[in-house]
Design a protein around this ligand. Structure first.
Ligand code: ADE
Length: 421
């Protein structure tokens, strides 16, 4: 019997999980350096970190970096369907981390697990989607004075936190880790791009070449998806409400249209907007027989999965994460992963090489909070540029690439105004 407090699916999966964690770690070279540095300098000594993240092999490597830095870590899932049960088992069994996460847990258990993490009275929290920090504000506000701050991993979470700050509801300092360049320009674009294609293919095994793929949104995530779909030979249409982004999509060579029109011709629909009701049942009723719906945005509200469930006459599961819905018209629509983020539900999330940079920012964010203890206000901060530059330098070095330096003449020229025509 394991003495560490936990709620995971099956501890006998630990051996497989340990190997998975090791393999991810081999592809996280920046994290390796930070973990070594943390092991020597112990910047997180004595700290309890409550983490609400996707429980993956990459996240496990972040947990190990926190521990190397001297922290105790308690972990729960940031989505009911993204937990890798072998990883949670290994974290408990091999690394003695209290983990509360089971793949497929229902909403009640999901929130019980978040509460379990708060029962450990963390002094620092980290979120992917802001569920832990909002729970803290709504139901456990007496613990807020114990907390140095909270880090947020994803765009949707940052949007929520900024809304809280605007309402005057935010009661602790938060760090928008997502807003670091070495996070969103790489994780959101290349990570989401590749892992979304991966999730759709693992769930359906369809051929993308020649398919009409409708990508909803043209933020960092959606533009990654559009670009990777094009790379697979799909004919891509972008749906966007911001005219500048729509124009960008057009000049990047994509068709740009409205969802009310594209719903008639799309073969595959993928949303990554951070907003809700992008694809309604009205749109779905217009879709072709065989159309596939997937979401890669953080919450399962981007296409109306519940509405589809309600209006369908018949429902069947054909494969893992692939459900068929027959409408009154007789047309069949296919929803992937119950509308939850398909890159984590149908595949394994972003590859380790890109999570390397995201989690390097997370690890350095924890140390940033400790250094500034007692000096921060209840607002949304971003990490300083020198951290971004450091992460980029380390990543380039690990990739065996060199970047150039300004000569003194070039530097002087860039800081002067006297020289012109
Ligand atoms: N978000 C997207 N991909 C992820 C991964 N592999 N691990 C943790 N969080 C993620």
């Amino acid at each position: 019997m394991n003495k560490i407090s936990h709620d995971v699916k099956d501890l006998s999966l630990a051996e497989a999980g340990k190997l998975k964690i090791e393999w991810a770690g081999q592809n996280m070279s920046v994290m390796k350096l930070i973990t070594q540095e943390f092991a020597q300098t112990k910047p997180l000594n004595g700290l309890t970190i409550g983490a609400c993240l996707h429980v993956t092999s990459e996240t496990a490597n972040l947990v190990l970096a926190y521990i190397a830095g001297g922290a105790k870590v308690v972990l729960c899932a940031s989505n009911p369907l993204s937990t890798q049960d072998s990883v949670s088992a290994s974290l408990v069994e091999d690394y003695h981390v209290p983990v509360f996460a089971i793949h497929g847990e229902d909403k009640k258990t999901y929130y019980q697990h978040l509460n379990k993490v708060l029962d450990f009275h963390p002094q620092l929290t980290t979120d992917d989607g802001a569920d832990l920090v909002t729970l803290l504000h709504r139901e456990r506000s007496s613990q807020i004075p114990e907390i140095l701050g909270s880090a947020e991993e994803t765009t949707t979470g940052v949007i929520r936190l900024k809304a809280m700050a605007k309402d005057g509801a935010l009661k602790l300092p938060v760090l928008a880790v997502n807003d670091s360049d070495t996070k969103h320009m790489f994780d959101n674009r290349y990570g989401t791009g590749q892992s979304t294609v991966d999730g759709i293919l693992r769930s359906t095994n369809i051929l993308l070449a020649g398919k009409r793929v409708i990508v909803c949104g043209y933020g960092w995530c959606a533009r990654g998806i559009a670009s990777r779909m094009r790379g697979m030979g799909a004919i891509v249409t972008v749906i966007e409400v911001d005219p500048v982004k729509a124009l960008e999509a057009a000049m990047d060579g994509f068709n740009v249209d409205q969802i009310s029109r594209a719903s008639r011709y799309g073969d595959v629909f993928v949303s990554a907007t951070g907003d809700k009701e992008i694809i309604s049942t009205t749109h779905m009723k217009r879709m072709k027989d065989g159309a596939i719906l997937a979401n890669s945005g953080h919450f399962n509200v981007e296409f109306d999965y519940e509405g589809l469930v309600k209006c369908a006459k018949k429902r069947r599961v054909l494969r893992n994460n692939l459900e068929e819905f027959t409408l009154a018209s007789g047309r069949r629509l296919y929803a992937l992963g119950e509308g939850r983020l398909i890159n984590l539900v149908g595949a394994e999330g972003h590859p380790a090489e890109v999570m390397d940079m995201s989690f390097a920012n997370q690890a350095l964010a924890a140390a940033w909070f400790v250094k500034r203890k007692g000096t921060l206000k209840s607002k949304v901060y971003v990490l300083p540029k020198d951290i971004d530059q450091r992460v980029a330098r380390l990543k380039l070095r690990a990739m065996g690439m060199r970047f150039d330096r300004l000569t003194p003449v070039q530097r002087k020229y860039l800081h002067s105004w006297q020289e012109g025509t």
